[in-house]
Write a protein that binds this ligand. Structure first.
Ligand code: RFL
Ligand code: PHB
Length: 391
């Protein structure tokens, strides 16, 4: 088998890269370890930046998104029993965020690739990457009971944080920057109309809580839990009672409960590897960096990476020039580090740290008081939250 770009992973990064390359007349094959059903149902992110939405629409992926997605012009920050609205739209001169589940983006991408005759090999096992140091790249894998080898000009490692591409880069090449947090998020999906039209981020003595949504009928809610938390210790009634307690404000606000139909715990982590490329292998999305979910940046960064990578491949195939490819990592890392900074700041400002002293807690509250009382501080949050300009 032969193609121009061999892509490992059919997450948002791999599928969108394949789609953007196709629009430029560049061929690719996507190898995915899981089944189509699995990736189309996997519950993950929900918030798209303005630039992500604009790119999806401009590349022909907007039909269902424009019909079904929810556009939000603000978010609420809650602490000390009071809510404060941040008007993203007004503060950024007309930008918004869009609530549209990651697996809906995946469904749209898979449908678009298959409709255009694109090749996605699902259930590919034992994927290994070779020859990217010596200019003769190939990907070996097993599919439908047969061993296969895909020869290509370049390999795009879009295989997420636990993929095979990053660990295949020889030792000593990458510098890794890693930061773990002493808590994770317990997330639920419930058949409950959202209790507010906009997302609510709550800071409380009992820990962080986030009120998000998927549709006008389905709420997506999260609470901070210790790293060692066990889902078995969180029956539905305990989750609702904690959500009530963490969101409590003076005044009339009511949390709508409903049947919980999905529940999971995910860790929070900040991670970057540098550079994001080696020889003919390029890493994109979670394969190269992870952000804690508080800033809603992970999926959006994956999109930003493949936008840069697709332009670099387009330049190479059109003119033979490799300057954009050579600068790929440097270009992406500037945005990645700003998203790291923002996600770390949202996380440390909004969560409860057991190790905090009374001084630290007061400082955290002062941070929130300043944020919600200063137009300059709110503007800074708003421009990061809706997404910084592309490079
Ligand atoms: P993905 O989505 O992990 O896709 C990688 C794909 O590669 C496949 N794979 C392999 N295939 C073949 N061979 C192998 N050896 C392979 N190893 C792995 C995997 O099966 C998978 O299909 O990475 P990608 O494309 O870089 O996309 C990244 C995003 O998925 C991720 O950053 C976001 O989900 C993070 N995230 C959020 N991001 C946002 O922008 N906004 C949000 O609101 C948001 N909320 C979240 C989140 C992540 C969460 N969790 C569960 C980690 C909320 C949560 C709870
Ligand atoms: C979500 O809806 O899943 C979501 C929203 C905002 C975040 C993280 C996740 O910061």
């Amino acid at each position: 088998m032969r193609t121009q770009i061999g892509i490992v992973g059919a997450g948002p990064a791999g599928l969108l890269l394949s789609h953007l390359l196709h629009l430029q007349g560049i061929e690719s094959v996507v190898l995915e370890r899981r089944s189509r059903k699995y990736i189309e149902e996997r519950v993950r992110a929900g918030v798209l930046e303005q630039g992500t939405v604009d790119l999806l629409i401009a590349s022909g992926l907007g039909a269902r998104l424009e019909r079904e997605a929810l556009i939000h012009h603000g978010i609420e920050i809650r602490f000390n029993r009071r809510g404060h609205r941040i008007d993203l739209y007004e503060l950024t001169g007309g930008k918004a965020i869009t609530v549209y589940a990651q697996h809906e983006v995946i469904k749209d991408l898979v449908a678009a690739r298959l409709a255009a005759g694109g090749k996605i090999i699902f259930d590919a096992s034992d994927v290994t990457v070779h020859g990217f140091d010596g200019g003769n790249p190939s990907i070996r894998f097993r599919a439908a009971g047969r061993d296969e080898e895909l020869h290509c000009d370049y390999i795009a490692g879009c295989d997420g944080f636990h993929g095979v591409c990053r660990p295949s880069i020889p030792p000593g090449v990458l510098t890794e920057y890693d930061h773990e947090y002493p808590f994770g998020w317990l997330g639920i999906l419930a058949y409950a109309p959202p209790s507010s039209n906009e997302l609510i981020y709550c800071h409380s003595e009992r820990g962080f809580a986030l009120f998000s949504m998927r549709t006008p009928e389905i709420s997506r809610l999260y609470i901070q839990v210790p790293n060692e938390a066990d889902i078995a210790d969180w029956p539905d009634a305990r989750i609702w009672s904690e959500l009530h307690a963490r969101a409590a404000i003076d005044g009339d606000w009511k949390l709508t409960e409903g049947e919980i139909f999905q529940k999971n715990i995910a860790g929070l982590r900040s991670y970057v590897c540098e550079p994001m490329q080696f020889g003919n292998l390029f890493l994109a999305g979670d394969a190269a960096h992870i952000v804690p979910a508080t800033g809603a940046k992970g999926l959006n960064l994956a999109v930003a990476d493949v936008r840069v990578l697709s332009q670099a491949f387009a330049e190479f195939y059109a003119s033979g020039k490799t300057s954009l490819l050579e600068n790929y990592s440097e270009t992406c890392l500037r945005r990645v580090w700003k998203a790291q900074r923002f996600s770390w700041w949202m996380t440390t400002t909004l969560h409860r740290f057991d190790a905090h002293s009374p001084f630290d807690r007061r400082r955290q509250l002062a941070d929130l008081d300043y944020l919600t009382g200063s137009r300059a501080a709110m503007t800074s949050l708003a421009e990061n939250y809706v997404g910084l300009e592309w490079d």
